[in-house]
Design a protein around this ligand. Structure first.
Ligand SMILES: NC(=O)c1ccc[n+]([C@@H]2O[C@H](COP(=O)([O-])OP(=O)(O)OC[C@H]3O[C@@H](n4cnc5c(N)ncnc54)[C@H](OP(=O)(O)O)[C@@H]3O)[C@@H](O)[C@H]2O)c1
Length: 300
């Protein structure tokens, strides 16, 4: 793929996933218009500005999800837009405002900016496995969950699954809005994301995507369930880590006594048909730990 001469926008560009996206897009030759909330905060921009190709082809824009029109200049002139910006937050004192509204209204705000400049052909929305399978339907180990398995907003609301609710409403609204405006859309639905961090000073609070991995390698007791970054073999993840890093303070026990069976499978067909070859879990775990070590976030 050659991005030479093409311009794309990445929203929430300083984030864990988006930083890698910007890096890869620059490597492919794209010009990247990257949005962050605070362009004057070096924590959010210095790792992006240091990327290969950034000097020539990276432009930083200030934009905030609920500021109407604040993405206009960033998406103007773009061939495609990658919308990743969204709070990664499971709970809050005001979940409607802090989680649901930001995800849904923020997505529509970005998309309205896209619709103002017709040359935008495609919007890639970073959705989540949170928008899939939280619908109360019966799950069993032989069920294959794929893109037909949308989460049900009413179920999420009743179950107080605010992050799932926000991601589901945002993806649903994006499909509708972009279809009405004849813009091509792709939704990406990752499970739990692990891997090395590009940010030199990553945010480490309850909204950080890095916290689940940091908690794991810092010995915090975690629920013993199947995480979606891995299939059935993820029961082995702590063992793999221990083998590679014998000095890590891994949890000795889980919050439950008995390991639960993976209760469904996730279809990889779509991604594989696009030529995605998955990085083996062992490599992801190793690279994650190495990256945390480099940043002095853990001793291993
Ligand atoms: N990490 C995972 O395991 C995972 C799994 C599935 C899906 N996802 C999805 O992937 C996307 C990126 O997540 P991530 O893991 O990379 O999280 P992250 O590192 O926390 O990045 C989230 C980004 O959203 C931006 N953002 C948050 N609130 C905003 C607001 N009010 N206005 C503008 N920007 C705002 C942040 O911008 P600033 O830097 O300017 O604060 C940040 O760059 C999200 O849509 C998330 O739901 C993540």
């Amino acid at each position: 793929m050659n991005g030479k001469g093409k311009v794309v926008c990445v929203t929430g560009a300083s984030g864990y996933i988006a930083s890698w996206l910007v890096k890869q897009l620059l490597q492919l030759g794209y010009t990247v218009k990257a949005t962050v909330r605070d362009p004057n905060d070096p924590k959010k921009t210095e790792h992006l500005l240091a990327l290969d190709g950034a000097k020539e082809r990276l432009q930083i824009f200030k934009a905030s999800l609920l500021d109407e029109g604040s993405f206009d200049s960033a998406v103007d002139g773009c061939d495609g837009v990658f919308h990743t910006a969204s709070p990664v937050l499971l709970s809050s004192n005001d979940p409607q405002a802090d989680i649901v509204d930001l995800a849904l209204k923020g997505t529509l705000n970005v998309l309205r900016s896209c619709a103002k400049v017709p040359p935008i052909r495609r919007v890639i929305v970073t959705s989540s496995m949170a928008a899939v399978s939280f619908n109360g339907k019966h799950l069993s180990p032989d069920v294959m969950v794929d893109e037909t398995w949308f989460s049900d907003p009413a179920f999420c609301e009743k179950s107080k699954l605010w992050y799932m609710l926000g991601k589901t409403l945002a993806e649903e609204a994006a499909w509708k809005f972009l279809e009405e405006n004849r813009i091509d859309m792709v939704a990406i639905n990752p499970g739990m994301v692990i891997g090395p961090l590009l940010q030199s000073q990553p945010t480490l609070d309850s909204s950080s995507s890095v916290m689940p991995v940091l908690n794991l390698v810092n010995g915090v007791k975690i629920p013993c369930k199947t995480y979606r970054w891995v299939d059935v073999r993820d029961v082995a993840n702590a063992h793999i880590l221990r083998e590679l890093y014998p000095n890590l303070n891994l949890p000795e026990e889980y919050t439950e006594e008995k390991a639960s069976e993976p209760n469904y499978q996730v279809s990889k067909e779509r991604a594989q048909s696009l030529g995605i070859t998955y990085i083996p879990l062992e490599v992801s775990l190793k690279d994650t730990v190495e990256s945390l070590k480099e940043k002095n976030l853990i001793n291993a």
